[in-house]
Design a protein around this ligand. Structure first.
Ligand SMILES: Nc1nc2c(ncn2[C@@H]2O[C@H](COP(=O)(O)OP(=O)(O)OP(=O)(O)O)[C@@H](O)[C@H]2O)c(=O)[nH]1
Length: 268
């Protein structure tokens, strides 16, 4: 469950239905609006510090939230309930796997992580969504301004794999056309006796939809960093790419990196 993630002060749990208020600050504009002059002496705007009426100086707030970040980037984790979205995020954020520690995610929440790609700082704002059907209408609203979607299935669950086509249909309906989609077959660490989806099946589906693919494990950390770094690199090339340079291709990058990982050490 989202609240249990350690050391993730920026993580917020949102409403489980549309009627509740939203305390998540998504953009610098929203942050700035907290500091706009107001006629009210006692505001009711929620404070990012947790103290309802305390508003830190904007410079201080920015230095906490955005430490000299050059590019901000919104990534959403999607997939059936139980495929390992929260675990993947926690593994990326803390380097740890907490088995069986999370109850099903309620609604949606996010955490920020700043990564460095070729000397540029990129803030990944990673949104963890509830896989359960009953939260779908809440999470759809967040697809629209996403730069990247990490779509997970569980290699030990055929149903979660079969549902990927339906997820891709929803993405087509609600996300932007140029959103980066990455298909991840999670729980690759599971014993072969429990595996119900072969790697080749994942690869074939990814080829059919022309999206990059890799198997991951939130438990062992396999390819977890690679998945997030690939989207960070893609964003950097979109935002700062020199038009004369060859365009970064996230699919080629993922293929090269995953092949490197599985290649036996060279003697040369
Ligand atoms: N073996 C193994 N177990 C995993 C892995 N990732 C997650 N799990 C386990 O799978 C279960 C579900 O993981 P969650 O991270 O809560 O799944 P989720 O997709 O966030 O689920 P919802 O919040 O309901 O959408 C937990 O018991 C995890 O410990 C993995 O890579 N390998």
């Amino acid at each position: 469950m989202l609240e249990t993630i350690p050391n993730s002060s920026s993580f917020s749990v949102m409403a489980t239905d549309d009627s509740m208020s939203d305390d998540v600050f998504e953009s610098p504009q929203e942050i700035s609006s907290l500091h706009a002059p107001s006629n009210q002496t006692t505001g009711t705007t929620p404070s990012p510090t947790g103290y309802r009426d305390y508003k830190p100086p904007i410079e201080l707030y920015k230095s906490i939230v955005e430490p000299e970040v050059e590019i901000a980037h919104k990534t959403i984790l999607l997939g059936d309930s139980g495929v390992g979205k929260t675990s993947l995020l926690v593994q990326f954020n803390t380097g740890k796997f907490q088995p069986g520690n999370f109850s099903a995610t309620v609604g949606i929440g996010f955490t920020n992580k700043v990564v460095v790609v070729d000397d540029s700082k990129i803030k990944l704002q990673i949104w963890d969504t509830a896989g359960q059907e009953r939260f779908r209408s809440v999470t759809h609203a967040y697809y629209r301004d996403a730069h990247a979607l990490l779509l997970l299935y569980d290699v030990s669950s055929k149903t979660s794999f079969d549902n990927i086509r339906a997820w891709l249909g929803e993405i087509k309906e609600y996300a932007q056309d140029d959103v980066v989609i990455m298909l991840l077959g999670n729980k690759a660490d599971c014993p072969s006796s429990e595996r119900l989806v072969r790697r080749e099946d994942g690869e074939r589906l990814a080829r059919e939809y022309n999206v990059p693919f890799m198997e991951t494990s939130a438990k062992t950390g396999l390819n977890v960093e690679l998945a997030f770094m690939a989207v960070a690199r893609d964003l950097k090339s979109q935002k700062c790419g020199n038009p004369d340079d060859q365009k970064f291709n996230v699919q080629d990058y993922v293929r090269e990196q995953t092949q490197k990982g599985s290649c036996p050490p060279c003697n040369t």
